[in-house]
Design a protein around this ligand. Sequence first.
Ligand SMILES: [Zn+2]
Length: 302
Amino acid sequence: MARRPAKAPAKKANAKKAAAKKAASRKGAAAKGAARRASGRLADRALRQEIIETCLAMNAAGINQGSSGNISARNASGFLITPSGVDYEKMTPQQIVQVDLEGGYFGEWLPSSEWRMHLDVYLGKPEAQAVVHTHATYATALSCLRREIPAFHYMIGVTGGATLRCSEYATFGTQALSNTMMTALEDRTACLLANHGMICFADTLPKSLKLAVEIETLCRQYFIACQAGQPVVLGDAEMTGVLARFKTYGLQSDELGENDALAVEAPVRRDAPRRAQKSDQKSGPKRAPKSGKKAGARKRRG
Ligand SMILES: [Zn+2]
């Protein structure tokens, strides 16, 4: 009987300890969950940030007006796209909108009004990893003429074909616009959108932006050439050759596949490629330079 009061505080202390342990484990689990969620967010944070930086670079390149353009990048859940009507300078990674491939979106921010065009590019072009849509001045001016840009310059091959097509007209933000865009994008990586602007895609954000700049440059050149006269258009045979070369355009020789040909007729290389030098050092003819030295030494002696 005398022990009871002594035991009671010990029980209390044990209960306190157990409660503290439980709370700690709950805290630990919550922290682990938060860390997991944070790392999940972080994985896309870099891509979200890259989208914002591409928007800023697009405006710095002078190929877009305000926030009228929009940019997206494919990810594991569908694609990430710029929000509707937010200044690029004030845009934060959290405002970039996740859209799934069924056309649903997540979060507080509405995706760009042109999300349908981006969605259809990702659905119809498995090779597309990033999409850029802009109202670049010359591309837009030519889109108002609703004219297909012919092969007035071989660089038109960056579109993947011998022309830069212009879509039929449809109201912005509609499925009809997306449908006519997809028709104009058949076998192409870029097209003009009638009375609207241009759209293009590539396998990375930097490459998509580079392509958008190239398309605007071509439109400017074509526009200026047309002011001076009637540009001479390159023939189909010439453009077939150009397009074959474009497959390896910009690649270095070590990036080529077995059956690829270089886009440029390269001059003869005078020095030995590094890789060949390394493999020479690893295999047989190690002695050659030594004996050469000796031979030279002998010569000097003699
Ligand atoms: Zn637009």
